[in-house]
Write a protein that binds this ligand. Structure first.
Ligand code: SF4
Length: 627
C-alpha cells in the first residue's frame, strides 16, 4: 500500500508566479513533483526551482537541514535543548505575558513572511491585534511590495493589481521596468516569449543591466539605477507633446491630469537623457510604442519598489497607463509582479503594521471599529505599528522585549545587517519559527519552533494575478513540526489565558479551512470580496481570482473576475483614477569621485531569497558566495 504513488495538488513555495505543483508521494515521503497542467498560471510548466522541489524534501535534507523539534535555551551562550510543544509554548506565553504586563503592548513585535499561507498570516495578525493588543506586526513583504500597494491605492483607489496573466498573451506592447522576469519569474517570461513569437509583441525593457530579459527586448532602455521616475516622466512628456494621450479617457475617467502633464512638460528630453542615460530617441520611441499599441501592459517589480521613492515610481508608471487609456481592457494595464509566493495574502489579510484584514486601514476609525466588532473586542490598538526596518531599529534601541519571527531570515536579508544582528542580541526574548534549522536568524533565537513547509501544509496562497490556490498536504510534517497557523493559534490561546482569557476561544480552529472561512467573512462587501470561495470550491473548481462574492460562483474553472476596471470605474471615492503629482527625484545617493560605483541587487534564477531551501539542492546553480 505504501508503495502506491499518490498525487496531491499544491503551489510552488518560491516566487509570486504561483505555479501549480502536483506533489508525488509514496508512503510519507515526497518522491517527485510535476507542474499542474490545469493550473492557469503555469499550465504544467515549472522552472528549475519548481522542478526540484522534491529534492528539498529528501530524508537527507530533512535530517540535515530541517528543524524537527522545539528547542529552548536558557542563555544565548548555552546550546538549545529539545523541549515539548507544551513547555515551549507555555514558556513563550509566560515571557510575552510578562512583557505585556510590565512594558505594555508596544514592547512586543511579530515579524512574519510572504512565504506563509493566508491562514497562517490571518492567525498571527489576529493574535497580534486581539491578544497582544499591538499593531507591531509586519511582514518581510514590506521590503518588496509596499511601494506597489501604495502606488495602486494612490492612483486606482485600492490595492488590487488590475491585470491577469492572460494579458501577457493579449498585449501588443509590454514594458518591463525594475524587473528581470527571465530569471525572477521564469514561467511568466516563457509565456511572454511565446506570445512574442506568435503575435510579435513589442518588448521594451528598462534596466541598468543588459539582463536576460533585456537581451530578448526590441528596445532596451539602459536607465541609470534609481532614475526610473525621470524616465517615466519624460515618456509622459513625449505623449503630451505629440498628442499621444487619450483625451476622452482622461476627461471621462481620471482626475489630476493637468498637474501631472505640467510637470512632464517642464522636464526636457535633454535633461532626461542626461539624468537617466537613456538616449532621447529611445525615450521617444518607447513613449510612441507604449501609447500607440492597441494594448500595452507593464510589468514591474523590486527595481521600482525598493527605492527611496518607490511609491512615486509606481504612480508615475501607472500615470502612463491612465494618460493613454491603457488599462481595463484585454492586454493592457499596470501589473506588479509579486516576488514572494503569498505576498498578496499578507496584503489581503492585512498582516502588516499599516493594514488590517480585508484592505482595512488601522488609522481609519471606522475600519477599526468595524473589525473590532467582528473580532468581538472592545477596541483595536490605535498606536502606529512598527514597519520592518523600524521594528529592528526599535529592537536596537531596547524598546522591544519579546520578538516572534516566522518563516523569514532577517539576520541574513535585512539591510544594515550589523545593526540587525545587534538589534537581535538586544531583544531579551526572541522566538524563531521556521522549517529550517540553520538560518542566520536561528542563531539569535531563545526559542526555536519547527514549522511544516511545502508538501506538508494545507492552506491557500494568492499569486500576482489575484489568484488563490489551495495547497493540500501530501505527507505529514517530519518530527514534531506543525502548521504555522496551528502554532500561532496554540500560542494565542496560552497567551490569552494569561492576559485576556476571554479571547482564548477565538483561536480554536478545527483546521486550516476553518481559519480561511473566518478570514473570508472579513472580505465580504470589500473590494477583494471572496465570500464565494472556500477550500471546497478551490478543490473542486481549481484556483480562483478575487473578487468572487458569494453567489457568483458557478461550475467551471474560470470563475472570478479576470480583469478589473473594465468599466473604467475605479475604486476611488469619485470613481475616477488619479494622476498623482510626483516630486521629480533621482536616487537618494549618487555616484561621485569619492564613491564612483553604483551597486544594484539582482536575482538568480535557481536560488530563492537566502537559499535556506533552494540551497539544499545540489543541481541548482549556487549563488556566487556559496561557490
Ligand atoms: Fe513557478 Fe516561480 Fe516556482 Fe518557478 S519559482 S516554478 S516560476 S512559482
Amino acid at each position: 500500500m505504501n508503495d502506491l504513488l499518490r498525487e496531491t495538488k499544491s503551489a510552488c513555495p518560491y516566487c509570486g508566479t504561483g505555479c501549480g505543483v502536483i506533489v508525488q508521494a509514496r508512503g510519507d515521503r515526497i518522491v517527485g513533483v510535476r507542474g499542474d497542467p490545469a493550473h492557469p498560471a503555469n499550465f504544467g510548466k515549472l522552472c528549475p526551482k519548481g522542478q526540484t522541489l522534491h529534492l528539498t524534501a529528501t530524508d537527507d535534507v530533512i535530517a540535515r537541514a530541517r528543524l524537527l523539534y522545539p528547542h529552548l535555551r536558557t542563555t544565548r551562550e548555552t546550546q538549545p535543548r529539545r523541549v515539548t510543544w507544551e513547555e515551549a509554548l507555555d514558556h513563550a506565553a509566560d515571557r510575552f505575558a510578562r512583557v505585556l504586563q510590565q512594558r505594555g503592548p508596544e514592547a512586543v513585535a511579530f515579524y512574519v513572511s510572504g512565504q506563509l499561507l493566508t491562514e497562517d498570516y490571518y492567525v498571527f495578525n489576529k493574535l497580534a491585534r486581539v491578544v497582544a493588543g499591538t499593531n507591531n506586526i509586519d511582514s518581510n513583504s514590506r521590503l518588496c511590495m509596499s511601494s506597489a500597494v501604495v502606488g495602486y491605492k494612490r492612483a486606482l483607489g485600492a490595492d488590487a493589481p488590475p491585470c491577469s496573466y492572460e494579458d501577457l498573451e493579449l498585449a501588443d506592447c509590454v514594458l518591463v521596468a525594475g524587473a528581470n522576469p527571465a530569471v525572477a519569474h521564469p514561467v511568466l517570461f516563457g509565456r511572454l516569449l511565446e506570445a512574442k513569437r506568435k503575435r510579435g509583441t513589442r518588448l521594451i525593457v528598462a534596466d541598468p543591466r543588459r539582463t536576460e530579459s533585456a537581451a530578448a527586448a526590441d528596445l532596451h532602455l539602459p536607465v541609470r539605477p534609481g532614475t526610473d521616475l525621470w524616465l517615466f516622466t519624460a515618456m509622459l512628456g513625449v505623449m503630451v507633446r505629440d498628442g499621444l494621450t487619450d483625451a476622452a479617457f482622461i476627461a471621462g475617467h481620471t482626475e489630476g491630469f493637468e498637474a501631472a502633464a505640467a510637470v512632464a512638460r517642464s522636464f526636457s528630453l535633454v535633461d532626461a537623457q542626461r539624468l537617466t542615460g537613456v538616449p532621447a530617441d529611445d525615450i521617444e520611441r518607447a513613449a510612441r510604442w507604449f501609447a500607440r499599441a492597441p494594448a500595452t501592459l507593464s510589468l514591474y517589480c523590486q527595481g521600482l519598489n525598493q527605492s527611496s521613492h518607490g511609491t512615486d515610481n509606481n504612480t508615475a508608471l501607472i500615470s502612463l497607463h491612465l494618460a493613454t487609456g491603457q488599462i481595463g481592457h484585454a492586454g493592457a494595464g499596470p501589473f506588479s509582479l509579486t516576488g514572494q509566493p503569498n505576498a498578496m495574502g499578507g496584503r489581503e489579510t492585512g498582516t502588516m503594521a499599516t493594514l488590517l484584514p480585508g484592505h482595512r486601514d488601522p488609522e481609519n476609525e471606522s475600519d477599526r471599529t468595524d473589525l473590532a466588532r467582528r473580532w468581538d473586542v472592545d477596541a483595536l490598538p490605535t498606536h502606529r505599528g512598527l514597519t520592518a526596518v523600524e521594528m529592528f531599529d526599535a529592537c536596537a534601541r531596547g524598546e522591544v522585549d519579546a520578538l516572534w519571527i516566522v518563516c523569514t531570515n532577517p539576520a541574513q536579508s535585512l539591510p544594515d545587517l550589523a545593526r540587525v544582528h545587534e538589534a537581535l542580541r538586544r531583544v531579551p526574548f526572541v522566538v524563531v519559527q521556521d522549517a529550517f534549522a540553520h538560518t542566520e536568524t536561528a542563531a539569535f533565537a531563545d526559542l526555536l519552533l519547527p514549522a511544516a513547509t511545502f508538501g506538508e501544509r494545507e492552506g491557500t496562497s494568492t499569486n500576482s494575478e489575484r489568484r488563490i490556490t489551495l495547497s493540500r498536504a501530501a505527507v505529514s510534517a517530519p518530527g514534531a513540526a506543525r502548521a504555522d497557523w496551528s502554532i500561532g493559534a496554540d500560542f494565542a490561546r496560552r497567551l490569552a489565558a494569561r492576559v485576556n482569557p476571554q479571547h482564548a476561544a477565538a483561536f480554536v480552529f478545527a483546521d486550516a479551512s476553518a481559519v480561511f472561512d473566518e478570514y473570508r467573512e472579513l472580505t465580504v462587501g470589500r473590494d477583494l470580496d471572496i465570500g464565494g470561495i472556500d477550500h471546497v470550491l478551490l478543490e473542486r473548481a481549481g484556483p480562483q481570482q478575487w473578487p468572487l462574492p458569494r453567489g457568483t460562483a458557478g461550475a467551471g474553472k474560470t470563475l472570478g473576475s479576470a480583469r478589473l476596471y473594465t468599466d473604467a470605474r475605479f475604486a476611488t471615492p469619485t470613481g475616477r483614477a488619479r494622476f498623482v503629482p510626483v516630486d521629480l527625484r533621482g536616487p537618494a545617493e549618487s555616484v561621485d569621485v569619492a564613491f564612483p560605483l553604483a551597486l544594484t541587487t539582482v536575482r538568480l534564477r535557481d536560488q530563492w531569497h537566502g537559499a535556506s531551501r533552494s540551497g539544499e539542492v545540489a543541481t541548482l546553480e549556487m549563488p556566487p558566495a556559496a561557490i
